[in-house]
Design a protein around this ligand. Structure first.
Ligand code: ARG
Ligand code: ASP
Length: 727
C-alpha cells in the first residue's frame, strides 16, 4: 500500500515535472522530445523545426514584433488574435465604417486592406553563436567593458555571418548572457487585413473577462502576406502577390479532449523565472501596487468618457484596452504570487542553492550572490519606484505629457547632435503626430492629468519630484497647463514646430506643458536613470552569474531560458484546474456560455443578433459537436505576452486552437510557474471557422484551408462535400 502511494506520488511528480518552460525550437532533441512523446506527441522534433525541410516553424511568423501568427493557407493567409489585429482594424474604422463594431470581411482579394506599419517576420534558421559572441571578453575585467565588447561582436557578426540579401541576422541572448543564438529572418511588410469578427465576438467579455476563465471570446482576426513576383519580401505594391509559404498548418476539426497533447508555438516576450526572492518582494509590495494605482485612475477617467460618447469610445478603445490589460495582469500576478507562496518557496530554493554551492566548493565564485542581490535590490528600490512612476505617469498614461516628452527629446537631440538631426526629427514629428492627435481628446486627458500628477507628487519618492511641484495647487496647475499649452492641439503644435531650432526651442520654453515636462524629465534623466542603470547593470551581472551557477549546479533541473521575444515551443495537455476550495473548472466552454453571459446593449457582453439566431437554430455546420458549439479551452502550456495568436497544435501538427490569454489564478507564471493552476487560454479553431463560415459567410476563405479529421481519417474532399451539404 505504502509503496503504491509512493509510486503514485512519483508519477504525479513526474507529470508535473514535465510541465512548464519555453524551449528553443532548434534544441528539442533529448529531454524535450522524450517529454513531448510521453505527453502523447506523434511528430518528431524535425517536424517542428528543421533547416533541411519545411517544418512547423515555417508557418509561424512573429506578428508585428508583439504577437504571433500562423499561416493557414497556401496563399499566405494568416491567423492571429483580434486584439493583435486591433490597431489595424481600428485604423480602418470610422463612425461611418465601424469595423470594430461590425466586423470586416474581404470576400475578394481586391478588398483586402493594406496597413502602413504592419509586418510579419519568419525564422529561416537558428544557430548557436555563443563562442563567437564571447570572443575576446575573458581578458576584460570591468562589466561595462565586457558588455561593450559583446555589443561590438554582435554588431560585426550580424554583418558578417552568411545570409541572403533580403534576409536579416539577429543575435539574441539566452540564460541572461550565458548563451547567444543567431536568427536568420525574413520580414514581409505588405500585410493586409482580410477579416475580423465584430468586437462583440472578437473581444466578447472585454476587460471584465480579460485574464479570466471561463472564457467565451472569439479572439481572432485574419491577414494576408503579400510578396513580390519572386515570393520575397517587398514594400506594399499593387503588383504584389499572395505569399506562397514553405509550410501552412492543416486544421483539425476533431477537437480536443481533456489530457490531449498540445503544443503552443510562438514568440513569448519576457519572463523573469529566475529572480531572487528579494526582487519578487519588491514587485509584490512596491512596484506592482504603484503601477496598478496609476492605471486604476487613468482607466476610471477614460471609461467615464467612453461610456457617454461613441466617438471617444472609438478614439480610446485601443488605448484603453492597452492600459487595462497590464493593469489587470499586475493585480492577478500580485495575488497569485502571494497565494502560491512564491516568495517563501524561492527562499527555500535559495537556501538549498547555498548548500549546493558549499558542497561543490564554489563559495568563492557563487557564495556571495544572494547577499549581493539583497544589497543591490535595497539600493535600487527608490530609483526603481521613481522610474516606474515616471514611466507610468509621463510616458504611458498622460497623453499630453508623453507627446511633450517627445519635444523634450527633440531639444536634447539639438544639444547633442546639432541642427541637422534636429530638423530631421522635427519633420518626422510633424508628420507622425497626425496619427496621435486623431485619437487625442484634450478633455479626457486633462482629467487623467489631474489625477496622475497628484499621485506622482504624493506617492513617488520625494527627492526626485521637482521642487516647483511641492505644495502646488493641482486644479490650478491642470487648468493652466491645458488652457495654455499649444501641445493640446495638432494645428498649434505644427505652428509651434515652425521655424529654426532657436525659434522652436524659444517657443517650447514658453509653453506651460513643456516647462513642466522639462523639469520632471530633467530630474528623471539626471538623478534617477543614471543611478538606476548603474545598479541595474550590477544586478544583471549578478543574475548572469546566478544563472550560470544554476546551470552548473542544478544540471538535472529543467532549466529553460527566460522569454526574450524569440520563437519558442511550449507543450502540455488540455486540462482543467481548481481555482479555489471546492471549485473545479472544466477545460472547455461552449456557445451556451456566451448566451448565459449575454447582456443586451452592454458594451462588453452584448451578442450580435445573427449569432443568437445561429445558436437558436443550432446551425453549426460541420463545426459543432453533439449539438454544441465549442468556444474556448485551456491547457498547461507555459505562455506569456507575445504568445497571443500562437497556434495550438495537436499531436500530429494540425491546428486546433489559437492562444490568446492566461487564467486569473495563473498570471504570475511570468515570475513563478505553478503547474497546478497556471493555464493558457485558447479559442477553439472550430469556433473560428464557424464564425468565418456560418456567421460571416466568408466561404472564399474557408475554401483556401486544408481541413482534416486526423482521428476519423476523412479525406479533405469528403469534408468539403459535407460542408456544402450542411449549409
Ligand atoms: N490578456 C490578453 C493578453 O495579455 C488579452 C488582452 C487583450 N484584451 C483586452 N481586453 N485588453 O494580451
Ligand atoms: N494575451 C497575451 C498576449 O497578448 C498572452 C498572455 O499574456 O498570456 O500575448
Amino acid at each position: 500500500m505504502k509503496s503504491l502511494k509512493l509510486l503514485l506520488l512519483l508519477l504525479v511528480f513526474q507529470m508535473q515535472a514535465q510541465q512548464g518552460g519555453m524551449w528553443i525550437p532548434s534544441l528539442l532533441q533529448g529531454m524535450n522530445e522524450r517529454e513531448m512523446k510521453n505527453l502523447g506527441m506523434k511528430m518528431s522534433v524535425e517536424d517542428i523545426y528543421s533547416v533541411n525541410k519545411s517544418s512547423l516553424k515555417d508557418a509561424v511568423p512573429h506578428f508585428n514584433g508583439g504577437c504571433t501568427s500562423e499561416v493557414i493557407s497556401p496563399k499566405g493567409l494568416i491567423l492571429t488574435n483580434h486584439h493583435c489585429g486591433f490597431d489595424a482594424i481600428q485604423t480602418h474604422s470610422s463612425v461611418k465604417n465601424d469595423y470594430l463594431t461590425n466586423g470586416f470581411w474581404a470576400y475578394k482579394m481586391e478588398d483586402e486592406l493594406p496597413n502602413e506599419d504592419l509586418e510579419v517576420t519568419f525564422i529561416v534558421r537558428i544557430e548557436d553563436v555563443t563562442a563567437k559572441v564571447l570572443e575576446g571578453i575573458a581578458t576584460l575585467t570591468s562589466e561595462a567593458d565586457k558588455q561593450k565588447k559583446i555589443q561590438e561582436n554582435i554588431a560585426s557578426l550580424s554583418k558578417s555571418l552568411p545570409k541572403e540579401s533580403w534576409q536579416e541576422n539577429k543575435i539574441r541572448t539566452f540564460y541572461e548572457g550565458n548563451q547567444y543564438m543567431l536568427f536568420v529572418t525574413e520580414t514581409f511588410k505588405d500585410v493586409r487585413l482580410v477579416g475580423a469578427p465584430p468586437s462583440a465576438i472578437g473581444k466578447f467579455g472585454s476587460d471584465t473577462d480579460n485574464w479570466v476563465w471561463p472564457r467565451h471570446t472569439g479572439d481572432f482576426s485574419l491577414f494576408r502576406i503579400y510578396a513580390d513576383k519572386n515570393n520575397r519580401p517587398a514594400a506594399y505594391s499593387k503588383e504584389n502577390v499572395p505569399y506562397v509559404p514553405k509550410h501552412f498548418l492543416p486544421i483539425s476539426l476533431d477537437g480536443v479532449a481533456e489530457d490531449d497533447f498540445t503544443l503552443v508555438f510562438g514568440y513569448p516576450g519576457r519572463t523573469s523565472e529566475y529572480l531572487p526572492a528579494v526582487a519578487i518582494e519588491q514587485i509584490v509590495n512596491e512596484l506592482n501596487p504603484a503601477k496598478i494605482e496609476v492605471r486604476d485612475k487613468a482607466l476610471k477617467v477614460q471609461d467615464g468618457f467612453m461610456r457617454k460618447d461613441n466617438a471617444i469610445k472609438i478614439q480610446y478603445a485601443s488605448k484603453y484596452a492597452g492600459i487595462a490589460n497590464y493593469w489587470k495582469k499586475w493585480i492577478g500576478e500580485t495575488q497569485g504570487l502571494k497565494k502560491s507562496n512564491a516568495i517563501e518557496i524561492k527562499k527555500k530554493q535559495e537556501a538549498a542553492f547555498q548548500d549546493k554551492v558549499v558542497k561543490a566548493g564554489k563559495q568563492a565564485e557563487y557564495g556571495n550572490l544572494l547577499a549581493d542581490f539583497e544589497k543591490n535590490y535595497k539600493e535600487i528600490a527608490p530609483y526603481a519606484l521613481s522610474r516606474d512612476y515616471f514611466i507610468e505617469v509621463v510616458l504611458r498614461n498622460t497623453e499630453l505629457l508623453s507627446v511633450t516628452y517627445k519635444m523634450y527629446q527633440l531639444e536634447q537631440l539639438l544639444n547633442n547632435k546639432g541642427e541637422q538631426a534636429f530638423n530631421d526629427r522635427k519633420t518626422n514629428l510633424i508628420n507622425g503626430l497626425g496619427e496621435f492627435y486623431k485619437d487625442f481628446n484634450a478633455a479626457v486627458d486633462e482629467k487623467v492629468f489631474e489625477q496622475l500628477i497628484d499621485l506622482y507628487i504624493k506617492k513617488s519618492p520625494k527627492q526626485f519630484v521637482p521642487e516647483s511641484l511641492n505644495n502646488v495647487n493641482i486644479k490650478a496647475l491642470t487648468a493652466e497647463v491645458y488652457g495654455q499649452s499649444a501641445l493640446v492641439d495638432y494645428k498649434d503644435v505644427r505652428e509651434l514646430l515652425t521655424g529654426d531650432s532657436k525659434t522652436v526651442i524659444e517657443k517650447l520654453k514658453n509653453d506651460k506643458a513643456y516647462q513642466l515636462v522639462r523639469e520632471m524629465a530633467d530630474k528623471f534623466t539626471k538623478e534617477v536613470a543614471p543611478k538606476y542603470d548603474e545598479i541595474n547593470l550590477r544586478i544583471s551581472s549578478l543574475q548572469r552569474t546566478y544563472m550560470k551557477a544554476q546551470l552548473e549546479l542544478n544540471k538535472e533541473a529543467r532549466n529553460f531560458p527566460d522569454a526574450n521575444s524569440t520563437l519558442r515551443v511550449t507543450y502540455g495537455k488540455v486540462k482543467g484546474y481548481e481555482p479555489k476550495d471546492a471549485t473545479i473548472y472544466k477545460p472547455f466552454t461552449y456557445l451556451d456560455g456566451v448566451l448565459e453571459k449575454y447582456i443586451p446593449g452592454d458594451y462588453e457582453f452584448d451578442v450580435p443578433k445573427k449569432l443568437i439566431d445561429l445558436y437558436n437554430a443550432k446551425d453549426y455546420g460541420i463545426y459543432g459537436k453533439n449539438g454544441k458549439m465549442p468556444v474556448c479551452f485551456i491547457g498547461t502550456n507555459h505562455t506569456t505576452g507575445g504568445n497571443s495568436g500562437s497556434p495550438a497544435i495537436d499531436a500530429q501538427g494540425n491546428l486546433i486552437g489559437l492562444n490568446f490569454d492566461r487564467v486569473w489564478e495563473g498570471t504570475m507564471s511570468d515570475i513563478y510557474y505553478d503547474p497546478a493552476i497556471c493555464r493558457n487560454v485558447m479559442v477553439d479553431i472550430r469556433y473560428v471557422l464557424f464564425i468565418m463560415d456560418k456567421y460571416a459567410g466568408a466561404k472564399n476563405l474557408i475554401d483556401e484551408l486544408k481541413i482534416v479529421h486526423p482521428k476519423q481519417n476523412i479525406s479533405t474532399t469528403k469534408i468539403k462535400k459535407l460542408r456544402y451539404k450542411k449549409r
